[in-house]
Ligand binder design. Structure first.
Ligand SMILES: [Zn+2]
Length: 554
């Protein structure tokens, strides 16, 4: 039992920006339920229709911890269809589904609702339905790692409310098609009604505020015009004040807006200087910020933080590091605000390029973990960056593969963060051409702009652009828990070496130093010999490669 308890405790303390540790509860393939498959796969009842737009109107009633509203779902039919799958998790309930002037029949099966059209809808047409729902949503016990609504109070006793949904799914608080493959092509409106003294902040831009004096409520109309991840949709409610700035970036003028509690404004004005320099570094490495039209926002919340699209949420205490700590234990982690940098990195990897299946979550977390060291490199130089990414290897567990089972809404090991980041750092050094590497990172964000993808698409793209077949490298680090071991033996002027603990066909090149001089070797599982001119006194594998070197004793 101890084994189980320790990892949980360590993980919750150390890791966990926007990642659910579902792998510990996932169990074996055979333990997956019908509900897991309905949630995690592209069912026939999802496949026939393509999302165009959501128009979500929701009232938050803090006094009763209730929400009530509707979502207008606009879609295009890809095939004729009659039975539609929507997702909404209990205790929330759909009360009505309106299509044209009539009501549609619907029934619940666990977290899924089946909606029945009276006759099949024709292929290639656009339609809208309005789905009404209400209830007391699940309360998040540990945001952002558990989803739901957090009905908190701020330090002055005012309501401070937030939604979180990663992993468990957006259907924990709003009715939608809860699968990563399909995003609303034309974005989303989020209209939030709250008691009049409070302010509601959501994704995209604030279009208008309506004040209903009789009901003593205000409704905040937010609009996102780009496709959006459903777990990236969020609502935050509190005693917010706003300040902002403009950033001249690769896509023109970017509006950067900050929403913080009135009492925290002074601290935020200082700490949020991190935001423009974050965007600057990431535009250099990844290309232009993906949502200029929707602006960039930092929004204070009563939990650590999350990569909500165009409204990065922030609760890192206006201090550097990860809650003031350095995840790399090198000192470098205290040079920046982890939450601003990490969660903003997700705007490129997570929100711009989004995984289709949760099994491929490393695309979000591996690249974003890696982005932290690119931020460091841009602002503090290469040595700090290397110290940082290599320093975070101490957090790698090699407990389970990074890629999990497909089709059941499960994500793999938390190694997707630090091991994912170190795999990418290693690949950069295999490619050994920084200009090309930056071109690949920018190319990914351009060629998969606002797209949902599989890991294979990403892996193949990198191999192709690198001109190196990296498929075995990805297999090794993403699909096994084994770290390559380079066995070597020095015999005078010769060194013999081979890989062990690797997948079949693994032959990743390495940079090594012999007597202080650089050499390139391409080991495989067969023994090779390298001869140099002098007696070999020192041998070292370049630290940037995530492998272990092991001398063989005679
Ligand atoms: Zn993350």
């Amino acid at each position: 039992m101890r084994k189980l308890i320790i990892p949980f405790a360590i993980l919750f303390v150390l890791f966990g920006q926007g990642q659910i540790f579902s792998q510990y509860t996932a169990g074996k393939q055979s333990n997956f339920t019908k509900q897991d498959r309905l949630r995690g796969s592209i069912t026939p009842e999802r496949a026939w229709w393509d999302l165009l737009h959501y128009d979500l109107s929701l009232e938050f009633i803090p006094r009763k911890k209730q929400i009530k509203g509707s979502n207008v779902i606009a879609f295009k039919t890809l095939k004729p269809g009659k039975k539609m799958q929507l997702d909404l998790q209990p205790p929330l309930k759909i009360t009505n589904v309106i299509f044209g002037k009539g009501k549609l029949k619907f029934e619940r099966e666990g977290n899924v609702y089946w909606v029945y059209f009276k006759k099949p809808l024709k292929k290639g047409k656009k339609y809208k339905i309005e789905v009404f729902y209400e209830g007391k949503p699940t309360e998040s016990k540990n945001p952002p790692w558990s989803g739901g609504v957090s009905w908190k109070k701020d330090a002055l006793g005012e309501d401070f409310i937030a939604t979180t949904a990663q992993g468990i799914g957006a259907s924990i608080w709003w009715v939608n098609k809860d699968h990563g493959y399909d995003e609303p092509d034309n974005g989303m409106r989020i209209n939030i009604t709250v008691p009049e003294r409070l302010t509601a902040v959501s994704n995209g831009r604030l279009k208008k505020i309506e004040h209903d004096k009789a009901r003593k409520t205000r409704t905040f109309h937010w609009e996102v015009i780009n496709p959006i991840n459903n777990y990236g949709v969020n609502v935050n409610i509190g005693n917010y004040v706003h300040f902002g700035e403009k950033f001249k970036g690769e896509g023109g003028m970017l509006d950067m807006d900050y929403w913080v509690l009135a009492q925290d404004k002074e601290k935020a004005e200082k700490q949020f200087k991190e935001a423009p320099r974050t965007i600057k570094a990431f535009e250099y490495w990844f290309g232009k910020y993906p949502f200029y039209e929707d602006s960039y926002k930092l929004v204070e919340v009563p939990y650590l933080g999350m990569e909500h699209q165009s409204s990065v949420t922030y609760g890192n205490g206006f201090q550097n590091g990860y809650r003031g700590r350095d995840l790399s234990r090198t000192g470098v982690g205290l040079k920046f605000d982890f939450i601003i940098v990490h969660e903003s990195g997700h705007e490129w990897f997570g929100n711009n390029i989004s995984m289709i299946d949760s099994a491929d979550m490393w695309i979000h977390e591996g690249f974003t973990n890696y982005s932290e060291n690119l931020f460091v490199e841009y602002h503090f130089g290469k040595k700090d960056a290397e110290d940082y990414v290599i320093g975070t290897r101490r957090n790698i567990r090699n407990d389970q593969p990074i890629i999990a089972a497909y089709g059941v809404n499960k994500s793999g090991s938390s190694d997707m963060y630090y091991k994912g980041g170190n795999m990418l750092h290693t690949i950069r050094h295999v490619i050994n051409d920084d200009k090309k590497w930056r071109g690949i990172l920018r190319g990914l964000n351009k060629d998969f702009w606002h797209k949902t993808v599989t890991t294979k698409q990403i892996e193949n793209y990198i191999s192709k652009r690198a001109g190196i077949d990296l498929s075995k490298v990805f297999d090794q680090y993403l699909r096994t828990t084994k770290i390559p071991v380079l066995n070597y033996i020095i015999l005078g002027k010769e060194i013999k070496f081979h890989y062990e603990n690797v997948v079949k066909g693994f032959a990743m090149p390495l940079r090594v130093k012999i007597n202080g001089k650089d050499y390139s070797i391409t080991p495989n599982t067969n023994e090779q010999t390298l001869k140099v001119s002098d007696e070999i006194e020192t041998f070292k594998v370049d630290r940037n490669f995530y492998v272990k070197a092991k001398p063989i004793r005679c």
